[in-house]
Design a binder for this molecule. Structure first.
Ligand code: SF4
Ligand code: SF4
Length: 453
């Protein structure tokens, strides 16, 4: 056995045993001597995929896939690569791999679903002129929702005061508070139906408010459902009554937004909240679903901080017991105005930032270096955010009066409202800092982080 054959054997042994760094080194030795060894290139790509180095994995697997397009081993790698890129949010890179995987197996349900989401949406024009920068921006398939969505903040405030949310950290903002009138809501829905921006739009009944505080919420959900639209809720579940009526109206989805699992951790990050009340309501949600054959998708958005990360497994166990999908995600500081002020050195980071898994000063620097500036922000081309009084906001991530569009939703057609967004200077500032809602550059991201996430 010559030295290269031996190195290749040892590399495959290390790969099989999960000793990935060793496998990388050994495949590297082989490729240094035989740069065109596509077998080694492919295997190294698979190892890089397992390490989360997606850009390198793509480059290596692409070489082998180009040479052996029909090879069964490559069909599996192509599928794995496409799904890994998709799950990590690199949908533009994932798309061609997913389509190729579908060519191998058109019945693969997971790949079909991912490929469907990663395709361009017919109702969106593929690019837009950005008046602020004077550039044409491309519109990638939106991640946040399956169709165009309207974030209608039917309750313009919240019963809690979370320190990472503007309701808790931006009390000087010039923002009126109140409940949307049912008649206004009905007229808004009628206009959405008339304008028909997209088939089956999603109606989110929240933005910076707790929707379950609205006494007419069940009626609103029923109105949305009667129009054939999707109705989505997000709640902190700190409510003592009304859950049964809300669930009887059968919203399409219901997100339980939660952080800690004990009074100490929860009340720190969901300030003024009562975790015992929340847990009781989660069990009540389960009971209501079972009692009524309700198909509402209830899921748990779990905001993870340093102070509560030891509870992630316990939360996962609870969700499993209740049959609710559990989605842990690093807590994020909002609103955009505050993030921009911090990025520009105009405001010091507040103490809660020390509790975030990654300090925003770090991720602000990363966003600035990796976010793609050739892509438009999906929060302006695929969303309209409407406040409780019917006025329109630039997007659902801003909070203060200067970032409202100065128009009521009922008073202007969709195109005119969208044009206002494209003239707004705050988007230019947000995009220059890489804070817009768009994909990162895969290769820059890999380089900046040493991993994909
Ligand atoms: S529960 Fe939600 S809306 Fe209310 S303060 Fe907390 S993060 Fe903001
Ligand atoms: S660019 Fe920034 S401010 Fe403008 S819509 Fe997107 S997230 Fe909002």
């Amino acid at each position: 056995m010559n030295a290269l054959t031996e190195a290749m054997d040892r590399a495959m042994g290390a790969q099989k045993a999960g000793r990935l760094d060793e496998a990388v080194a050994l495949y590297g030795q082989v490729l240094a001597a035989q740069p065109n060894n596509l077998f080694a290139s492919h295997n190294l790509g698979v190892v890089k995929l397992a390490q989360g180095r997606l850009a390198e994995a793509e480059r290596l697997i692409a070489r082998a896939a180009a040479a052996y397009p029909g090879h069964p081993e490559l069909a599996r790698s192509v599928r794995d690569l496409g799904l890994a890129l998709f799950r990590a949010g690199f949908w533009e890179s994932a798309g061609p791999w997913l389509e190729r995987a579908l060519g191998h197996d058109p019945r693969d349900a997971e790949v079909r679903s991912a490929a469907g989401r990663a395709r361009p949406r017919e109702y969106l024009s593929p690019e837009a002129f950005d008046a602020v920068s004077g550039r044409i921006l491309h519109r990638a398939p939106p991640r946040e929702s399956g169709s165009y969505f309207y974030a209608i903040d039917v309750v313009g405030t919240c019963n809690l005061k979370c320190p990472t949310c503007p309701v808790g950290n931006f009390t000087t903002a010039n923002r009126p508070k109140g409940l949307m009138a049912l008649e206004t809501f009905e007229r808004i829905l009628d206009k959405i139906a008339r304008e028909s921006v997209a088939p089956k739009p999603e109606i989110w009944l929240f933005s910076w408010g707790e929707p379950l505080l609205h006494p007419d919420l069940p009626r609103m959900i029923s109105m949305i459902n009667a129009m054939g639209f999707e109705s989505h809720l997000s709640s902190n579940l700190n409510i003592k009554k009304g859950l049964d009526a809300v669930m009887a109206a059968r919203p399409t989805s219901f997100k339980v937004s939660i952080s800690g699992l004990s009074p100490e951790t929860y009340s720190r990050t969901h300030a003024r909240g009562n975790i015992e009340l929340v847990l009781g309501n989660m069990r009540e949600l389960r009971r209501l679903l079972d009692a009524n054959g309700n198909q509402t998708r209830v899921w748990v958005g779990h905001h993870v901080y340093k102070s509560n990360r030891h509870e992630v497994q316990a939360m996962a166990d609870l969700c499993s017991e209740l049959g609710f999908p559990h989605h842990p995600l690093p807590a994020f500081f909002q609103p955009l105005e505050k993030l921009v002020a911090i990025a520009e050195g105009l405001e010091p980071p507040p103490p809660i930032m020390e509790d975030l898994l990654e300090h925003p000063v770090n991720y602000l620097a990363r966003f600035k270096s990796v976010r793609r500036r050739d892509l438009d922000c999906e929060l302006r081309f695929n969303q309209t955010a409407i406040n409780f009084d019917g006025s329109v906001s630039l997007c659902c991530s801003v909070y203060d009066a200067p970032n409202m569009l100065g128009v009521r939703f009922l008073d202007e057609p969709h195109e005119a409202i969208e044009a206002r967004k494209y003239r707004h200077s705050f988007c230019g500032k947000c995009m220059s800092l890489g804070l817009h809602y768009a994909a990162s550059d895969l290769y820059a991201f890999d380089k900046a982080t040493g991993r994909a996430s």
